[in-house]
Design a protein around this ligand. Sequence first.
Ligand code: UDP
Length: 238
Amino acid sequence: MADPARYGRILLKLSGEALLGSQDYGIDPEVSSRIAREVAEVANDGVQVGIVVGGGNIFRGAGLASAGMDRITGDHMGMLATVMNSLALQDALERAGVTTRVMSAISIREVCEDYIRRRAVRHLEKGRAVIFAAGTGNPFFTTDTAASLRAIEIGADLMIKATKVDGVYTADPMTHPDATRYDRITYDEVIEHKLNVMDTNAMVLCRDQSMPIRVIDLNVPGALADLLDGKDVGTLVD
Ligand code: UDP
């Protein structure tokens, strides 16, 4: 059971790929429902939840640019992809019983709210989950940077980066079976050893504003609730 006295407010970062499931493209409804149930469990315990979701399951600006598209147009498409993912996640969360608002860094007022920090904080205080869509609203950034920024702006106690592995390893455990997992590591060690946690912009922002990060595997059932209950899940970057 999550303990809101320990972590009152969190920012959860999911990559777009986390929504793929076994598909090559788009959103697997079973996966979004499962993630929503994990989030609902901690939200129902009283933890205030902000979420940033990426767009890599649909479009990435860099990928589109390498195929010949103008990079900034590609980044706009990538940011709009995050809005679609955010709407899908909102739908899944509301079906799991969590009132949810999507706030976008790019105005799409017929579809979701604009991001206004004070309004976002008010939603959180009222127990609504808030999904921050469209990244930072600017090209050449990533949703990891957006997640760091929003975590700092809303005064989150912890930023949680959900990945496919259960923490930060000395090397990619998929290709290096002898890699070992860190329980705790500093921001500078992550940057210096180029450990693939988040991009450097995102890491530097967290370091400079002392925003702790937990890297966890959200595919492990109950990992989020266990972490917020104070158990030693994943790797702490601080
Ligand atoms: N993006 C952007 N600015 C931002 C955040 C995202 O331009 O502040 C674009 C960028 O093209 C990126 C895409 O949106 O590739 C999807 O985001 P990201 O790659 O971070 O998604 P993830 O890898 O987390 O699925």
